[in-house]
Design a protein around this ligand. Structure first.
Ligand code: ZN
Length: 260
């Protein structure tokens, strides 16, 4: 098949794919929100498509749903252009996606996120939807904790100060955007943001008073050394982790249900 994106396919192609064993669907939730002075608002959405399509190829017999956005971005609203959904609206959209794909015959539904603010809500929604559709394998991808661990590992891997890959418009996101298309990145606008552990009181402030209260430019990390080359290393490592987590969760569900 030329594409794994459901929105690019015709209904006949989707029907045919189902008959050929494509019974899994990846639903990524992203955001439309500020990403510092150098990256566009659509950054998490672009990365969500790239991650989902690559994961679908790795997992096999998997198609990709239209990436959900906006997401939950209340803490980014201090900057022009950011959008955020009310939590109940976000939940409703995800539930309607799940209902549709269950109806269309998908047997495995993977809910994942390319935006930090969605992870917690998705975990909860996946758990509840699993109760609504016990016959369908509904799992989440990697957790936010898993991502945070990996970002620290990536800084060590590259031999750069801890917090360079801070998680928002940082070296990690900027490098992956460069890998996908250099023209996404305003190179002359790359600026160092908050570098250091976003924990304790600072993390509390981040969510309570918004990103702007910890970084005036909206950057958590330091993207000034970003490159497409690093982006390829980051992407491969993150995708390996996501693939492994998803495979483990699907296996655990199957064992639990006695399904092969
Ligand atoms: Zn982002």
């Amino acid at each position: 098949m030329d594409t794994l994106l459901l929105e690019e396919m015709t209904w006949r192609e989707i029907d045919e794919a189902g008959k050929n064993g494509y019974d899994s669907v990846l639903i990524f939730a992203a955001s439309i929100e500020q990403h510092g002075p150098a990256l566009p608002e659509m950054t998490d959405t672009v990365l969500g498509y790239a991650e989902a399509v690559d994961l679908a190829r790795r997992l096999g017999h998997t198609l990709v749903a239209p990436v959900i956005r906006p997401g939950l971005s209340a803490h980014h609203m201090g900057f022009p252009g950011s959008l955020t959904l009310r939590p109940e609206v976000f939940r409703g959209v995800v539930e309607d996606y799940v209902a549709a794909y269950v109806r269309h015959g998908f047997r495995t539904i993977i809910l994942s996120s390319s935006h930090g603010g969605n992870f917690g809500a998705l975990e909860e929604i996946a758990r509840q939807q699993g109760e609504v559709y016990p016959q369908v394998c509904i799992v989440t991808g990697s957790s936010l904790d898993e991502l945070d661990e990996l970002l620290m590992e990536m800084d060590r891997m590259e031999g750069q100060p801890s917090g360079t890959c801070g998680g928002h418009a940082c070296d990690w996101e900027t490098s992956m955007m460069m890998m996908l298309d250099e023209s996404y990145v305003r190179r002359d606008c790359l600026q160092k943001g908050l570098v250091g552990a976003l924990t304790g009181e600072l993390l509390e402030r981040f969510f309570r008073d918004g990103v702007r209260s910890v970084s005036e430019i909206g950057v958590i990390g330091d993207p000034t050394g970003a490159s497409a080359e690093k982006g390829r290393r980051y992407f491969a490592r993150w995708q390996d982790a996501q693939e492994q987590t998803i495979r483990e969760k699907i296996k655990a569900w199957s064992l639990d249900r006695g399904r092969d």
